[in-house]
Design a protein around this ligand. Structure first.
Ligand code: FES
Length: 103
């Protein structure tokens, strides 16, 4: 399947370290603006029991699931030890104020 690059939000919609949920093509994506100005996009569903990661606490480039505190990388979606698993991390492109995610 060919990659699809879609505008999902504007950077000015985001608040630093506060997640925002967007629904794109039936996929729920959590967007995050990190302290260093980077925007990250990951699947908004914790691989443990489905916690909504957009409601999690952000520290550096990780998010802590609001349900049971699993720590997940916002760069590659990998769950940090001692827990294991992975979520989808999307490629993000910024053009001006527009945020695009590649599905
Ligand atoms: S649902 Fe995310 S840690 Fe349990």
């Amino acid at each position: 399947m060919q990659a699809l690059k879609l505008k999902v939000a504007e950077k000015s919609d985001l608040i630093e370290r506060i997640g925002k949920t967007v629904a794109v093509q039936g996929q729920e994506i959590a967007l995050f603006l990190l302290e260093d100005g980077t925007v990250r996009a990951v699947q908004n569903r914790c691989p443990h029991k489905g916690g909504s990661l957009s409601e999690g606490m952000v520290s550096g480039d990780h998010v802590f699931c609001p349900l049971h505190d699993w720590k997940i990388s916002l760069c590659d979606g990998v769950v940090q030890a001692p827990d294991t698993g992975c979520i989808k991390a999307y490629e993000v492109t910024i053009e001006g104020n527009d945020i695009f995610v590649t599905l």
